[in-house]
Design a protein around this ligand. Structure first.
Ligand SMILES: Nc1ncnc2c1ncn2[C@@H]1O[C@H](COP(=O)(O)OP(=O)(O)OP(=O)(O)O)[C@@H](O)[C@H]1O
Length: 314
């Protein structure tokens, strides 16, 4: 698979005259977590539907797990698992029955299906609830069961469409831990999220989708560096050291009370190293140094020119 789990280029999709995907290119490496981040209606679900063979794009090419989505639909489906916003859990079955039903759908022998179900119930801490109807499950338990059902088929690539939307903070953390474990086992994860913190915590790479276009792509650190506001805060032992440093670092703003200088930078290691070299050259002693980088909220605003209602409400 040459290290590439998903490769999409030039994806377009419109509903009548409403353009939903406007030329999307994506590349996801095997064994990594990729987050597609965007507000409500940005086109995240549409992208997932295209990548998972559920929707045919108007234009563009998609290769998933080495297979062309348009011509090798079966092979793609065999390699992937999809956990959607609207869970595939059947409310009228128990947790265990849901898992066994999935094993049946995949034509696994009964004994093997039972083994897998038992293992997944244990792994997702659903043993106690295994015999209860899924209708009685909490939101967090449902999501876990839904993901467990996806894992019955041991997919190489898992698509998680907003896996933690609507979950309380504790269930969200549990879900994050599960996702991280999956990747540690070599699975590739493609997730969509409206939560900057989620992308920041989980993803190796993040693509920011806004109104059907990718407005940025990179690691969380790379995206943060694209936003003004990175700075180093230097604290000095006394007023004398502060004065000397302020003369050397003309670009800094000073706080006499705190004995600090705030030095703007591009957030890259190189620029901070150059700053330390300048201080060294003038034998200036720094008492304390802290680097401040903007968070992904700042990034989203800077990249799209507008806020994310869902995010700012959190
Ligand atoms: N079948 C359809 N017919 C017409 N418009 C559609 C259809 N499906 C999606 N859309 C529109 O496409 C846009 C993108 O929808 P999509 O569900 O992909 O966004 P999203 O980023 O997943 O949002 P959300 O976070 O709300 O799920 C929306 O404006 C939506 O109204």
């Amino acid at each position: 698979m040459d290290g590439s789990a998903i490769a999409a280029s030039g994806l377009r999709k419109a509903y009548k005259d409403k353009i939903v995907l406007d030329g999307i290119d994506l590349h996801v490496r095997t064994g990594t977590i990729f987050a597609l981040l965007g507000p409500n209606g940005a086109g995240k679900t549409t992208t997932v539907n295209v990548l998972t063979t559920l929707l045919t794009p108007d234009a563009g090419k998609v290769v998933v797990a080495g297979h062309d989505v348009a011509t090798e639909t079966k092979a793609v489906r065999a390699a992937i698992g999809v956990t959607g916003q609207f869970a595939s859990v059947d409310d009228l079955l128990t947790g265990e029955e849901n898992l066994l039903m999935m094993a049946d759908l995949l034509h696994l022998p009964k004994a093997e299906g039972q083994q897998i179900a038992d293992r997944l119930l244990d792994r997702f801490e659903l043993v106690e609830a295994a015999g209860k109807l899924a209708a009685s499950y909490s939101g967090g338990m449902r999501r876990k069961l839904d993901l467990a059902m996806t894992l019955v088929g041991e997919p190489q690539i898992i698509f998680l469409d907003e896996p933690t939307t609507g979950l309380d903070p504790r269930s969200r953390r549990t879900m994050w831990e599960i996702i991280q474990e999956l990747v540690a086992d070599g699975t590739t994860i493609f997730l969509t999220t409206q939560y900057l913190e989620e992308a920041d915590q989980l993803a190796d790479r993040i693509a920011v989708l806004d109104q059907g276009r990718l407005v940025a792509e990179g690691t969380a650190a790379e995206l943060k560096r694209r936003v003004p506001g990175s700075h180093v805060r230097l604290r000095f032992a006394d007023r004398y050291e502060l004065d000397v440093a302020a003369q050397v670092l003309h670009e800094a703003s000073r706080d006499d009370e705190e004995l600090t200088l705030r030095v703007p930078g591009d957030g890259g290691v190189r620029s901070w190293r150059a700053l330390l070299d300048r201080l060294d050259a003038h034998s200036i002693e720094v008492e304390e140094l802290s680097v401040h980088t903007p968070d992904l909220d700042d990034v989203f605003l800077a990249l799209t020119g507008h806020g994310n209602k869902e995010v700012s409400a959190r």
